[in-house]
Write a protein that binds this ligand. Structure first.
Ligand code: BJW
Length: 245
């Protein structure tokens, strides 16, 4: 059940920012990172796979892990939560999506102008020149492919721990939050910086923040509205209310 005062805030808001994390794609079968049984970090050590040092040590291992995830994501479909957000954007202007996810499922659901803070797993970069590369020769089993132009290893276009976020995306996200009169935090543990600080920026400006998550997070105690449930259930219900309101 969605609180009436939250529905009133959502109806009155002119600029809404929806910050999403791995939990919004969980119902598409894409594993989260930190969920105790099913999260990727329960099975893999991020220090071995999601840092520049890990890639330097063993590019083949890191490439293979991302290939596995790329295939998993290619076979996944946007779920009811992604679709509800796309529907909300079609219904009205001023709903902006900022995602930490690299899976591209918001765009595949039809959302427009999604701000991707941590890159996109479907793109590949030359690790030396940071240029996007579209074609490369298949590597030997267990090895990473190399850049056809300079010979450096290729890597996924994602942001690893210790790396800076793409400046344009981060600036766009901060500006969107500064201009928002309502922020929703959906399916994120709110642990990873700088994305985790965005809802606090809003709260500091007196802007209400709602959290949609089946579990409590480090943000939960601070939020204005806590909608405890799965994104694929809560978001369609919310957008249905807004459509009829
Ligand atoms: C559901 C659900 C359902 C389940 N419905 N919900 C300040 C203080 C301390 C540390 C730092 C700091 N500033 C920077 C750092 C270091 C670091 C950091 O934050 N570390 C923390 C872990 C402590 N940050 C960085 O290094 C960032 N870079 C940076 O800041 O550069 C400058 C700098 C560097 C170094 C020092 C200082 C400054 C880069 C961060 C890059 C994160 N990269 C990853 C991997 C991306 C590529 C890939 O996919 O492999 O991004 S890590 C991983 O975490 C991924 C995610 O985008 C990110 C956030 O995870 P998310 O989305 O919140 O997922 P989960 O699994 O944590 O949570 C899922 C939630 O869903 C749960 O709450 C569930 O309950 C919920 N859920 N089912 C709704 N159906």
């Amino acid at each position: 059940m969605i609180p009436q005062d939250f529905i009133r805030s959502a109806l009155a808001a002119r600029h809404v920012v929806v910050l999403t994390g791995a939990g919004i794609s969980a119902e598409s079968g894409v594993p989260t990172f930190r969920d105790a049984q099913t999260g990727l970090w329960a099975r893999y050590d991020p220090q071995d796979l999601a840092t520049p040092e890990a890639f330097e040590r063993d590019p083949g291992l890191v490439w293979s892990w991302y290939e596995w995830r790329r295939e998993l994501i290619a076979g996944a479909r946007p779920n009811a939560a992604h679709q509800a957000l796309a529907r909300w954007q079609r219904q009205r202007d001023g709903v902006r999506i900022v995602t930490q996810n690299v899976d591209g499922l918001h765009a595949r659901a039809g959302s427009r102008e999604v701000i991707e803070l941590h890159g996109n797993i479907t793109r590949t970069l030359c690790s030396r020149e940071r240029r996007e590369v579209a074609d490369w020769a298949a590597p030997a089993a267990g090895a990473a492919p190399t850049c056809p132009a300079c010979g450096a290893y290729l890597r996924p276009d994602v942001v690893w721990f210790g790396e800076s976020l793409p400046m344009a995306a981060l600036e766009a996200a901060v500006q969107a939050v500064r201009g928002a009169d309502l922020v929703l935090s959906v399916g994120t543990s709110s642990l990873v910086q700088p994305a985790a600080s965005l809802p606090y920026e809003a709260l500091g400006n007196g802007v209400p923040v709602a959290e949609i998550n089946p579990e409590a997070t480090s943000l939960s105690e601070r939020v204005s509205f806590s909608l405890r449930g799965r994104a694929g259930e809560v978001l369609p219900e919310l957008v249905n209310y807004l459509e009829s309101g």
